[in-house]
Ligand binder design. Structure first.
Ligand code: SAH
Ligand code: SF4
Length: 355
């Protein structure tokens, strides 16, 4: 099988590709011009193009389907070389804006949500990705190419800044080695040039891996999927809580190196009549005491057969106001792409049913 070019850093490629200035040229074609074959790399010698083509593929993923949301978000289902599928979502965070005189104020602002595994071992009760079980880890190149193909498909210029969140399918810290490699490849100024400070790992709370990630000192942002404030309920929702309870997560977060201007995000999936009361808000506040945190409340997004219900907007707002009035930054996640069920795993499940 051919090697995936996007699996490798520039330094690693130097082992296969000589002289090394060729690597920058190849990266320019791949990461800035979005070409998908070596044949198109016109400044490389013909023999070299053929040699590279015999060793490497540039296209480890294939777009299977795209769903457009009315809010401008787009959800992609990708097929991997072994036929498995993963999804990624282009989220339009802010529309393009113009000044009154017609000149451009700013381009569209995008965040791309990408997957780190096919399926997931964590098995959360509310999550569709969990239903299919775990299949395999994604390689660094399979992670990187999700974003690359989305940029190409939407004609997003190479130098346009965007943010990455590892909030698609899978538990990124369960595939830490490959995710860390992807983070570095994304960040390389000769490639996509998306610094680690523009990337956020979302984790269900593998405390020991949070510590390991912290020691790598990549400069990445951290988001914790907390979802419950007492261990009993959290264990029911997220079986992983048996191995890593709430205290162990909070302790790991306290030791995590955070950029002075940043906060750790705590995601709190709000489920009707389960964790939407002010008693939970109060407990959350005391758990976060002394941590530079931002709470992000998420509406549970129901799917056919899901055992839980979407919370009442009134309760969401009351929860939020309880926290903000006590000085805790708290936002309610806009349900971007709700009409295309942009929550993790939902498009993939739909495809499976239709086939
Ligand atoms: N495994 C990591 C990252 C992927 S999940 C993690 O759990 O953090 C990304 C987010 O999608 C999590 O915060 C998760 O709670 C949320 N999610 C899963 N199922 C959902 C649903 N049905 N409705 C809304 N959000 C959901
Ligand atoms: Fe895995 Fe995250 Fe889904 Fe839990 S919410 S099953 S950790 S992908």
């Amino acid at each position: 099988m051919k090697k995936i070019l996007q699996d490798y850093s520039k330094e690693e490629l130097a082992e296969f590709i000589k002289p090394s200035f060729r690597i920058k040229q190849i990266w320019n074609w791949c990461y800035h011009k979005y070409v998908t074959s070596f044949e198109e790399m016109k400044n490389l010698p013909t023999a070299m193009r053929a040699e590279l083509d015999s060793q490497f593929t540039l296209t480890p993923l294939k777009i299977l389907t795209i769903q457009n949301s009315t809010d401008g978000s787009r959800k992609y289902l990708f097929e991997l070389h072994d036929g498995h599928t993963v999804e990624a979502v282009l989220l339009l965070m802010k529309e393009k804006e113009y000044h009154e005189d017609g000149t451009l104020k700013h381009h569209e602002r995008y965040t791309v949500c990408i997957s780190s595994q096919v399926g997931c071992k964590v098995g959360c009760a509310f999550c569709l990705t969990a239903k299919g079980g775990f299949v395999r880890d994604l390689s660094p190149g399979e992670i990187v190419t999700q974003l690359l193909m989305i940029k190409a498909d939407n004609d997003i210029e190479a130098n346009r800044r965007l943010n990455i969140v590892y909030m698609g399918m899978g538990e990124p810290l369960d595939n830490l080695e490959n995710v860390a490699r992807a983070i570095r490849i994304f960040a390389d100024p000769d490639g996509l040039a998306i610094g680690a400070h523009r990337q956020t790992i979302s984790t269900s709370g593998l405390s020991t891996k949070i510590e390991k990630l912290g020691k790598m000192d990549l400069g990445i942002n951290l988001a914790i999927s907390l979802h419950a404030v007492d261990d009993k309920l959290r264990q029911e929702l997220m079986p992983i809580n048996k191995a890593y309870n709430i205290k162990s997560i909070i302790d790991a977060v306290r030791n995590f190196p955070i950029n002075a201007r940043k906060r750790v995000m705590f995601e709190y999936l709000v489920i009707k009549d389960l964790n939407d009361g002010l008693d939970a808000a109060k407990k959350l506040l005391s758990l976060l005491n002394g941590i530079k945190a931002k709470v992000n409340l998420i509406y549970f997004n129901p799917y056919p057969g899901s055992p839980f219900q979407r919370p009442d907007p009134k309760d969401m707002v009351a929860f939020q106001e309880f926290l903000t009035s006590r000085g805790q930054l708290c936002t309610i996640r806009e349900s971007k792409g709700l009409d295309i069920s942009a929550a993790c795993g939902q498009l993939r499940e739909q495809e499976k049913k239709e086939n």
